[in-house]
Design a protein around this ligand. Structure first.
Ligand SMILES: Nc1nc2c(ncn2[C@@H]2O[C@H](COP(=O)(O)OP(=O)(O)OP(=O)(O)O)[C@@H](O)[C@H]2O)c(=O)[nH]1
Length: 434
């Protein structure tokens, strides 16, 4: 969660992508409406072509055909020589000139009437003299030529009518095509932009979060995020940071508790349980590689008396000071614990009992030669007896028992000394101090 009082900067992913989707829907809807309008224009042009233009074209074609037939019948009047044949053609000419398709076109109707009157005059002349029409042929040719031009005009008018509508429809279709391409390009661009935004502001941050979560531990540094602009993602990132801080806190607490659980509260040395675990591991390693290893048991001398004389707090102080001397004397690799009461256990890897005796002798001497200043200022000397045993060939419990036997022997011999034990039998006095 963002810090209290601190206004988070960013936008809600839901709102941002909702707005984008709304813009897309509106833009796409408008484009669809525009395309629908174009399609409507094409449909209208098509309807017009079917319902009005095509019948109109047929009418023009019929008119052109009638005019052409009128011209041919006129030609026939001059071509035939009998009056009866001319009358038959004249009958056809009259029919055509009064045909509705001719009458409804004023220009054609005028020309047809003119041709009818002219041909009527020619045919009536032929009733008196069948050779007479030849005199009118030249005039007829001019009229026939005008008829031919009229036929062409009427045909062209019909074609123009159709091509106008077709042009209109094809222009609308072309426009619709351009608009469709523009819409597709727009949709494509929008989708690309949408995918880029989703990847940048949702997918990548989520992948970073996923990586951070899978590697989240107190051992790793706090996960680094390029702060996302999306508030929801920011909240998750913040929660991960807090979780990481909590992990570190917990780890510190756990280590603290573990240390406490493994340590003796008074002296700060290992406790017996932890010593036994560690010594077991160390012993196995040494025995596997056939390396020397020695254990020792140490016990402060006349400790009951010290307690009885100076008090329990004085006894505690002596235990703490002895533990401090142990720490100063031993090597890093050596193990030591407060075994119980005023008794301490040791494990010395990589050295034989004889070598260990030199090391522990230093400890014994340090205890014997240095007084302990008690909390009330009085001074006491607390000596220590130490028993050693080889641990390179037996379990830790047996080795400690041998060391304890050597310790017992050191006590028996007068205390304040180091004794190397050799199982149940061999006992070697290292140094006689009294
Ligand atoms: N002050 C103090 N005394 C303790 C502690 N633990 C054990 N003791 C005392 O240590 C004394 C051990 O006495 P004993 O086992 O008789 O041994 P000792 O008096 O040292 O005699 P030797 O070992 O034979 O030299 C007892 O009086 C215990 O009460 C402790 O944590 N603090």
């Amino acid at each position: 969660m963002p810090e209290a009082g601190k206004q988070p900067k960013g936008v809600h992913a839901g709102r941002a992508f909702g707005l984008l989707a709304a813009i897309f829907v509106v833009a796409f809807g408008l484009a669809v409406l525009l395309l629908a309008a174009d399609q409507q224009r094409v449909l209208e042009a098509n309807d017009r072509l079917q319902e009005r233009t095509v019948p109109e074209i047929i009418r023009y074609q019929r008119l052109a055909r009638n005019l052409e037939q009128l011209r041919q019948e006129g030609e026939r009047i001059f071509a035939v020589s009998s009056h009866a044949s001319r009358q038959q053609s004249m009958f056809v000419v009259t029919l055509i000139a009064s045909h509705p398709s001719v009458l409804e076109h004023p220009q054609a109707a005028r020309l047809a009437r003119e041709a009818e009157q002219f041909l009527g005059k020619v045919v009536s002349q032929s009733a008196q003299d069948e050779k007479r029409p030849a005199a009118y042929y030249e005039e007829w040719q001019r009229l026939a030529e005008r008829l031919g031009i009229q036929v062409d005009d009427v045909s062209i008018e019909g074609v123009n009518l159709a091509s106008g509508d077709l042009k209109l429809a094809s222009a609308a279709m072309m426009l619709a095509r351009y608009k469709l391409i523009a819409v597709l390009v727009l949709v494509g661009l929008f989708l690309v932009a949408f995918v880029i935004l989703v990847r940048r502001h949702l997918i990548y941050p989520l992948q970073r979060i996923d990586r951070a979560l899978s590697g989240l531990s107190a051992e790793h540094p706090v996960p680094a995020f390029d702060t996302s602009r999306m508030l929801e993602i920011q909240s998750v990132e913040e929660a991960i940071r807090e979780h990481h801080a909590l992990l570190i806190q917990n780890e510190e607490i756990r280590r603290g508790l573990e240390a406490l659980a493994n340590k003796d509260g008074l002296t700060g040395l290992m406790n017996r349980r932890y010593f036994m675990q560690s010594a077991e591991v160390e012993l196995q390693r040494a025995q596997r590689y056939r390396r020397p290893v020695t254990v020792a048991m140490a016990d402060l001398d006349y400790f009951k008396k010290l307690n009885d004389t100076y008090g329990h707090a004085a006894g505690d102080a002596v235990l703490r000071v002895f533990a401090e001397r142990v720490r100063e004397t031993l090597r890093q690799s050596d193990l030591v614990c407060r075994y119980g009461g005023e008794e301490f256990a040791f494990l010395f890897p990589e050295i034989t009992p004889a070598e260990t005796a030199i090391l522990t002798e230093r400890l014994r001497a340090s205890a014997a030669d240095n007084e302990v200043v008690l909390p009330d200022g009085r001074r006491v000397t607390a000596t220590v007896s130490i028993g050693l045993a080889d641990a390179s060939e037996c379990p830790i419990e047996i080795a400690l028992r041998h060391a304890d036997e050597a310790l017992y022997e050191a006590k028996r011999l007068g205390r304040n000394r180091v004794v190397i034990g050799g199982g149940a039998t061999v006992i070697k006095l290292v140094q006689e101090n009294r």
